[in-house]
Design a protein around this ligand. Structure first.
Ligand SMILES: Nc1ncnc2c1ncn2[C@@H]1O[C@H](COP(=O)(O)OP(=O)(O)OP(=O)(O)O)[C@@H](O)[C@H]1O
Ligand SMILES: [Mg+2]
Length: 235
């Protein structure tokens, strides 16, 4: 197992959101978390990424207990988090933003290899490398956020709602980019509002509701599940 989350409890201050969340991800797997707004999907990712310190439970990554490690340490272990907010440096160029994503890599040559890889993945970013991030379109900013998340050569990429606010064509581009990453051996945990599409591309999924994992299984079985259909797919 690459990631083993066991009985995770987490929240904000005294407010507990996650209740005994357990999930596993194997090396190279494409896994999703689906669930309604406010279910705790982003909270789960933030906790795994070390942005929130858990109240209980454990997070083991690559055989190592990383429970409670701060985000900078978690990043060094090989987990990269592309948040909903993206947190781009709007007054910096595309290329400068990408280099920020590789801050844990000290070797200049390796940094540049990563930059080449990301530019290959997103030619649009290469074309616009000198443009200020704040002036990029919504879709381009998503690409930049994902590209920046890839700069550190992560073992696990946590992607929170990459298609949020994007037109269908750009959404398709984002999903294609994630496919390329999967083919390159990257392990991905994806959170998405577009449940139909998400269950179609991922291998396994977890359904999170009110901070608890209700259902889990192969994505194609979840897509066929009567409850999932009723609640998430509106059929
Ligand atoms: N910083 C915070 N302080 C207090 N409560 C928070 C904070 N961030 C999130 N919450 C609360 O935690 C709960 C879970 O939020 P979370 O962002 O994890 O949901 P989500 O499943 O990602 O939802 P969405 O699909 O809307 O993104 C919500 O009730 C939310 O209001
Ligand atoms: Mg969220």
């Amino acid at each position: 197992m690459l990631l083993e989350v066991k009985n995770l409890n987490a929240g904000y201050g005294y407010l507990q959101i996650l209740r005994d969340v357990s999930l596993n991800i194997d090396q190279g797997e494409y896994v999703c978390i689906v669930g309604p707004n406010g279910a705790g999907k982003s909270t789960t990712m933030k906790t795994v990424a070390g942005l929130i310190s858990p109240m209980g439970g454990s997070i083991v990554f690559n055989g190592e207990d990383i429970t409670g490690l701060p985000a900078s340490q978690v990043a060094k272990k090989g987990i990269s988090f592309v948040s909903e907010e993206m947190n781009l440096f709007v007054n910096m160029t595309v290329q400068e933003n990408l280099y920020m994503g590789a801050y844990i890599i000290k070797d200049k040559q390796r940094k540049n290899q990563r930059l080449d890889f990301v530019f290959e993945l997103f030619p649009r970013l290469a074309e616009r490398k000198g443009q200020l991030a704040g002036t990029m379109s919504g879709g381009e900013r998503k690409m930049l956020a994902i590209g920046r998340g890839m700069m550190s050569d992560p073992k696990l990429l946590l992607v929170d709602e990459p298609s949020f606010g994007l037109a269908p064509q750009l959404t398709a581009n984002v999903f294609e980019s994630l496919d390329v990453l999967i083919k390159n051996g990257v392990t991905i945990l994806l959170v998405e509002q577009n449940v139909t599409k998400t269950l179609a591309v991922t291998k396994r999924g977890y359904v999170l509701e009110n901070g608890k994992i209700g259902l889990a299984g192969e994505s194609r079985d979840l897509a066929d599940d009567a409850y999932v259909k009723k609640v998430f797919l509106g059929v």
